[in-house]
Design a protein around this ligand. Structure first.
Ligand SMILES: [Zn+2]
Length: 162
């Protein structure tokens, strides 16, 4: 989750309910439910990781230093998970929100590129993928196996986002 998505204090007074509930979901930036689920799954899979590396572009939620993998656990609403049922668009102040969402998506892409330039492999896990722990473990294992060094240098999962 990108840092910037937590600058929610500028929310206008009239808050569409879906936005309000998304804000509520998004507020505990650290240790959010999707993040906890991902960390638990990684732990079960035996990976050693570090959290919220603020010294890296985009402050990846989880980093596997040994494998050079940076993982973002993105909230579907704020980061606009393409085609996801958790993604709605507020009807009031549509342009305001669209600009905000665009900034989030843009920031995500920049962070991903900057990390890759530093030699990190970037993995994105979406909030909706963290709801079933068995499926999440499977997904992580699959993505990480493909992501680990010497297996596939072009590991970025950008293509899977669309
Ligand atoms: Zn989603």
């Amino acid at each position: 989750m990108a840092r910037g998505c937590m600058t929610v204090h500028k929310v206008p007074e009239e808050r569409p309910s879906e936005v309000r509930s998304a804000i509520m979901r998004a507020v505990p930036r650290k240790d959010s439910k999707p993040e906890m689920a991902a960390r638990k799954a990684l732990h079960h899979l035996g990976y050693r990781f570090r959290l919220h590396r603020a010294d890296l572009p985009g402050t990846p939620d989880v980093v596997l230093p040994k494998h050079g993998v940076a993982i973002f656990i993105h909230g579907c609403f704020w980061h606009r998970h393409s085609g996801c049922r958790l993604v709605s668009s507020p009807r009031t102040r549509a342009e305001f929100w669209q600009a905000k969402f665009d900034r989030n998506v843009q920031r995500d892409a920049l962070a991903e590129r900057a990390l890759q330039a530093l030699g990190w492999r970037v993995l994105v896990i979406w909030e909706c993928e963290t709801r079933n722990s068995a499926l999440l473990s499977e997904l992580l294992e699959r993505k990480l196996t493909r992501c680990l060094p010497n297996l596939d240098p072009g590991c970025s999962n950008t293509a899977e986002r669309h």
